[in-house]
Structure formats: structure tokens, C-alpha cells
Design a protein around this ligand. Structure first.
Ligand SMILES: Nc1nc2c(ncn2[C@@H]2O[C@H](COP(=O)(O)OP(=O)(O)OP(=O)(O)O)[C@@H](O)[C@H]2O)c(=O)[nH]1
Ligand SMILES: [Mg+2]
Length: 211
């Protein structure tokens, strides 16, 4: 049996309009395969939680668990979703390339998020469905990236194009920001599971793993 010791948990929230492909993106990240993911739509009700384990990408060989909150894009849930913006290390903001409104709405969410939570959390902007008609110009996207200091990838979550690269880049950016901050246990959205913690799992509360 392979026992993997997790060093850090990064809390990440995925947001964006309904039908932009948020859940499919996470499915691709979790279950990468050479085959395309089946095209199906099962709207997320409120919020769902997924985890993905990655390496830190440096010589330190730390193991990072991404605790990903997949939120519904339905405005009916807007009231409860605020909780999932709070104390995150990263946001994945998704719009669909063929829907101008999804781009406008995601900009509003990013703006709100930056104004409320400042510059420490990393933001990954994803243009999804890059197989569909292009309705948003590169200049418009570049302006958002510059203004709100975002990472950016154009993805196809049905084929998996750029999906791993996008989340890997977000994870690296969070980790670098954490290392250079010197904040240790106080870094928003990161739980440190020290190697010298007792291995007895009963030591941890469930919140240590979620938050
Ligand atoms: N053409 C195309 N379709 C996609 C892509 N990614 C997802 N889809 C489809 O878009 C639809 C919506 O995908 P979901 O991942 O459920 O969307 P969501 O953003 O999670 O939606 P909510 O949970 O309702 O907020 C599904 O039918 C997917 O198969 C893509 O890259 N290209
Ligand atoms: Mg969903």
C-alpha cells in the first residue's frame, strides 16, 4: 500500500456562470484520460467538494492537496457561496468563449473578490470551451488579466486541453506566494500539515482537511 503524506492543503474555489464547464474542468483534472470526457450536463446544486493531489514542482518534493469547492453558477445560490470565497488561497474564474455574458459576469465576480479579499489570493482566469465560436477578443481578456493580476489559460474541458497546466500553474503560483510571504500558518487558504505532527489521524479535526 502506498501511503502519501500530505504537506499542505490549498483551499480553492471555482466560480463562473452556469454551463461554463466548471464541473467538467474538475472532472478532467481528477480523472485525466486519453479519451474525451462524455458530454453531459448535471447542474451543480449549491456546492460540491473535490480533492486532487499534486507535487509542489520544486526540489523540496512537497505533496499538496487541492481542496476544490465547485460552486453552482446559478444566482439562486449566490447567498451561500460567499462562504466559499472566504479564506481561499486561489480562485478559478471560468467563462465560456461563446458566451459574452459569462465573460462580463466573471469580471464582476473577480472585481468583487479582489476588492474584498485583496491581492494575496491567486486568481486563475479560464476561457473554457475553446472549441466553440470565439466571441471575446484577446484585448478584452488581456485587460482583465492586467487589471486584476490573473493567471490565464484557454481550455477545452471535454478533451482536457490545458486543464492540468492551468491548475498546475495556479498551484505553483500559490506555493511561491506562500513561500515568499513568510506568513506560515497564517497564510489565507493554506493548511500546513507539519511532518512532525503526530501521525495519529485522530489528532486532526475534519476542518483541518477542508480549510
Ligand atoms: N463544447 C464544449 N462543451 C463543454 C466543454 N466543457 C464542458 N462542456 C459542456 O458544457 C456543459 C456544462 O458543463 P458543466 O461542467 O456541468 O458546467 P458547470 O459550469 O459546472 O454548470 P453549473 O454546475 O450549472 O454551474 C456540459 O454539457 C458539458 O459537457 C468544452 O470545453 N467544450
Ligand atoms: Mg457544475
Amino acid at each position: 500500500m502506498n501511503i502519501v503524506n500530505i504537506d499542505y492543503i490549498f483551499k480553492i474555489t471555482v466560480l463562473g456562470d452556469v454551463y461554463t464547464g466548471k464541473t467538467t474542468l474538475i472532472d478532467q483534472l481528477k480523472y485525466p484520460s486519453s479519451k474525451s470526457i462524455e458530454e453531459k450536463y448535471l447542474s451543480t446544486v449549491g456546492v460540491e467538494y473535490q480533492t486532487v493531489v499534486m507535487e509542489d514542482g520544486t526540489d523540496e518534493n512537497k505533496i499538496i492537496k487541492l481542496g476544490i469547492w465547485d460552486t453552482s453558477g446559478d444566482e439562486i445560490f449566490a447567498g451561500i457561496l460567499e462562504t466559499y470565497y472566504h479564506n481561499v488561497s486561489g480562485i478559478v474564474a471560468v467563462f465560456s468563449r461563446d458566451k459574452i455574458d459569462s465573460f462580463k459576469n466573471v469580471i464582476q465576480k473577480i472585481k468583487y473578490f479582489r476588492e474584498r479579499y485583496g491581492n494575496t489570493p491567486q486568481i486563475l482566469l479560464i476561457q473554457n470551451k475553446n472549441d466553440l465560436e470565439h466571441k471575446i477578443s484577446k484585448e478584452e481578456i488581456d485587460e482583465v488579466i492586467r487589471k486584476y493580476n490573473c493567471l490565464y489559460f484557454s481550455c477545452n474541458s471535454l478533451t482536457g486541453e490545458n486543464v492540468f497546466q492551468a491548475f498546475d500553474s495556479l498551484k505553483n503560483s500559490i506555493y511561491q506566494s506562500f513561500l515568499s510571504s513568510g506568513l506560515e500558518n497564517k497564510f489565507p487558504g493554506i493548511t500546513i500539515l507539519h511532518k512532525d505532527f503526530p501521525k495519529d489521524r485522530s489528532y486532526y479535526s475534519c476542518w483541518d482537511f477542508l480549510w
